[in-house]
Design a protein around this ligand. Structure first.
Ligand SMILES: Nc1nc2c(ncn2[C@@H]2O[C@H](COP(=O)(O)OP(=O)(O)O)[C@@H](O)[C@H]2O)c(=O)[nH]1
Ligand SMILES: [Mg+2]
Length: 211
């Protein structure tokens, strides 16, 4: 076989280091909900950030109600990396939340395993576009309620109803500044994505015939 032939020609004593398996995870949600903060809390490398000062014209276009204290905005994306082991790497892509940057979402989401949709319960409607987007693309996602100080506590059922979310979509609480909390959120997403694959594999094929 061709591969045997290739192995035979490899210099003796040199280890074959296969390229790491890469998983892409998206961080989405409305403006000022904590996407840049979450990527920064998790990444092992200096995060790639595309922050710019909020300009006067920008504040009249973007929905800044409820986040008046915010001085900068992500104008392209956030990018971070987590190495789980030598052979597994997670790449985090923070998607820009403002409507005028939604044209980038298709490119950023290409090949993603799934998404964390961050939400602020005081501005829940801001995450509707991201939820609609992932639902339509059948991309696995979880909703993570970012716990800002003074955030009213809402039950999971209440939030699920307000967001009109399917029963199987996980809703978790997180603190985007806390690495452990963000890690738990990613674990929930990966578990959810695996469960969806298992469910799909067990489902009968549309024709009713076994796969
Ligand atoms: N108290 C608190 N502040 C947060 C949290 N997450 C983000 N922030 C702050 O909220 C502001 C907006 O966060 P940012 O990550 O820029 O939001 P983005 O627009 O979604 O990227 C920043 O000033 C953060 O420091 C959180 O979990 N708790
Ligand atoms: Mg940002």
């Amino acid at each position: 076989m061709a591969y045997d032939d290739f192995d035979a020609r490899r210099p003796a004593g040199r280890h074959h280091n296969p390229a790491p398996v890469a998983i892409k995870i998206l961080i989405a949600g409305g403006f000022g909900v904590g996407k840049t903060t979450l990527v920064g809390a998790l990444t092992e490398i200096q995060p790639l950030r595309t922050e710019e000062e909020l300009s006067g014209p920008g504040t009249s276009i973007d929905m800044i109600v409820g986040v008046e204290g915010k001085r900068t905005t992500t104008v392209a994306m956030d990018f971070g990396r987590i190495t789980i082991s030598g052979g597994l790497v997670i790449y985090l892509f923070g998607m820009p939340g403002q409507e005028r940057f939604w044209f980038m979402w298709d490119d950023l989401s290409h090949g993603a395993l799934g998404a964390v949709v961050l939400a602020d319960v005081r501005r829940l409607a801001d995450c509707f576009p991201a939820i609609d987007y992932f639902e339509h693309r059948s991309t696995p996602f979880v909703v993570a309620l970012n716990c800002f100080p003074g955030t009213p506590r809402h039950g999971v059922d209440e939030v699920r109803k307000a967001l009109d979310l399917d029963a199987h979509v996980p809703i978790v609480a997180c603190d985007a500044r806390e690495r452990g909390s963000c890690r738990d959120t990613l674990v929930t997403l990966v578990d959810h994505a695996i469960a969806l694959v298992d469910t799909a594999a067990k489902a009968p094929s549309p024709s009713g015939s076994p796969l």
